[in-house]
Design a binder for this molecule. Structure first.
Ligand SMILES: [Zn+2]
Length: 148
């Protein structure tokens, strides 16, 4: 099992399984409806917080990763626990020195409650039976793409 921690000011995330989320530090909280996120989550979308790499550390265990070329042409690397297979975060130059951290890794329901998305990525690929999140900016693709 891989354990992670993230600290910024008084904020602490410790996860996976054994973690406590006290507060979400992320200025960007995003659902992603892209095909990749559907596959890696096995669900309709991924729920992400974008957190700076600084302050983030793997405290125990060694994540596995795999890399592919995203439709932007940039590489995107997915980090997961080799024991349980849980996808924990993704990295791509598109996010700069940040990680798109999967909120489902957090141990507390408050993590999801605090992660109300301000962005929906790849909104045109949203499953037809889902509604947009009220107040969330709807983007055609990754951050920087046009609004839809
Ligand atoms: Zn995605």
């Amino acid at each position: 099992m891989v354990f992670l921690s993230y600290r910024a000011d008084t904020v602490a995330i410790q996860t996976t399984r054994g973690g406590i989320l006290t507060h979400l530090p992320s200025p960007s909280q995003a659902l992603c409806h892209c095909t990749d996120c559907k596959k890696i989550t096995g669900s309709a979308y991924s729920t992400n917080i974008v957190i700076p790499s600084e302050g983030f550390e793997v405290t125990s265990g060694k994540p596995k990763s795999w890399k592919k070329k995203a439709d932007s042409g940039e590489s995107i690397e997915t980090f997961f626990c080799g024991d349980c297979g849980t996808t924990m975060w993704r990295e791509t130059p598109t996010f700069g020195d940040n990680k798109a951290f999967k909120v489902g890794v957090l141990d507390t329901l408050s993590g999801f409650n605090d992660a109300k998305p301000d962005l929906e990525l790849y909104a045109p690929q949203r499953a037809s039976w889902l509604q947009p999140v009220a107040g969330a900016t709807q983007l055609k693709g990754m951050p920087g793409s046009e609004e839809v």
